[in-house]
Design a protein around this ligand. Structure first.
Ligand code: 8ID
Ligand code: ZN
Length: 349
């Protein structure tokens, strides 16, 4: 009962347009599964892929998307630990070699042969998507496929970033870009991990959302006359947050965070604004013993842990559902910075 054709969103060339059209249903290779994607989140990475603004080319034509949740409908002949009918998630890391130096140490996002969903292989903006069985995220049947979709990239990534920050329960973390998809989930994971959060973003809608998500303070970067001072003033002793999670799509905050982070604090860079550079004052970075690091999605274990927080009901971030055919409208809103939280696409319409 797997159809020959399916609906998908395809770009033929970098820059778009995004075309909603019928394409063939792919067939899984020996170590792959075919997943009937029910819902897919839309990540800002998907917009970077359309715009081609990163120093890494996409495949073309391209089906984007890497936050896909659905039902397994076919298995390659080597797959013996997944059944047809199981729930599965397709994340950014679609597959890796499982043999290199990095894969051996469970750093598989760093695998030089990593396949990237919706970037170097077709992703989840289609009704039937392929994933390497070893990397399919296992989802139990009590997990709602719409709400879990954003966890598959945004959730895993911010959970990993919070772990990489080294922040301990009771400490304060600044979330920069808190009103977006990654930022909204970061506030929920931080809360579940016993951390306090300061949200940084702009606009009344995002401020309201961040307060509902558990942040005790909000700094509006567009209204603030001095973001560095305002973030530090939002901490009890005025010395700044223990960690900063940077998920904004803008260079400026990557050049401010080291100034307001607490002595001994850690700045975790996650957002990927095009052509941007990190900048930090050497003097303050040294005498404050600041750590600045990058964090890139998560390994399979991080994924399983992030899903388990969600399954237990600890992660509730707002999302809106629209049809797969409306992807371009979502990109337009995202480009304008008008999305509070995440959009999730229903692939049946
Ligand atoms: O593994 C990774 N490192 C990874 C994984 C997934 C996504 C990295 N990303 C990257 C994406 O490619 C993108 O560059 O993280 C970035 C954020 O993705 P997103 O959360 O999906 O984007 P969004 O929903 O558009 O949210 C971005 C927010 O940043 C705010 C915007 O207002 C928006 O709410 N923002 C901006 I633009 N400038 C800001 C500033 N100066 C800012 N917030 C605070 N200060
Ligand atoms: Zn993503």
């Amino acid at each position: 009962e797997i159809p020959e054709k399916q609906w998908a969103c395809v770009i033929e060339k970098t820059g778009g347009p995004v075309e909603y059209k019928e394409i063939p249903v792919p067939k899984p290779g020996p170590d792959e599964v075919l997943i009937n994607i029910k819902y897919s989140g839309v990540c800002h990475t998907d917009l970077h892929a359309v715009n081609g603004d990163w120093p890494l080319a996409t495949k073309l034509p391209l089906v984007g998307g890497h936050e896909g949740a659905g039902v397994v409908v076919a298995l390659g002949e080597l797959v013996d630990d997944i059944k047809v009918g199981d729930y599965g998630g397709v994340k950014w890391i679609n597959g890796t070699c499982l043999a290199c130096d990095f894969c051996q140490q469970a750093d598989e996002p760093l695998c030089p042969k990593a396949l990237l969903s919706g970037y170097t292989v077709d992703g989840t903006f289609q009704q039937y998507c392929i994933a390497k069985a070893a990397h399919m995220t296992r989802l139990s049947k009590d997990i709602p496929l719409d709400a879990v979709a954003p966890v598959l990239c945004a959730g895993i990534t911010v959970y990993k970033g919070l772990k990489e920050s080294g922040a301990k329960p009771g400490q304060t973390v600044a979330i920069v870009g808190a009103g977006g998809g990654l930022g909204s989930l970061a506030q929920q994971y931080a809360k579940a991990m016993g951390l306090r959060t300061i949200a940084i973003d702009t606009g009344d809608d995002k401020e309201k959302m961040c307060s509902e998500l558990g942040s005790y303070a909000f700094v509006d970067f567009a209204k603030s006359k001095n973001v560095v001072k305002d973030v530090q003033a939002a901490t009890e002793d005025g010395l700044g947050p223990h960690a900063v999670i940077l998920v904004a799509v803008n260079e400026k905050p990557f050049q401010q965070a080291a100034e307001y982070v607490r002595p001994r604090g850690t700045v975790v860079c996650i957002g990927l604004p095009a052509g941007a550079y990190l900048r930090a004052p050497v003097f303050e970075s040294v005498i404050k013993m600041v750590t600045i690091k990058g964090s890139y999605v998560g390994n399979r274990r991080d994924g399983a842990e992030a899903i388990e927080f969600f399954r237990r009901g600890l992660i509730k971030a707002p999302y809106k559902i629209v049809g797969l055919s409306e992807l371009q409208k979502v990109y337009d809103l995202m480009h304008e910075g008008k999305i509070a939280g995440r959009y999730v696409l229903d692939t049946s319409k």
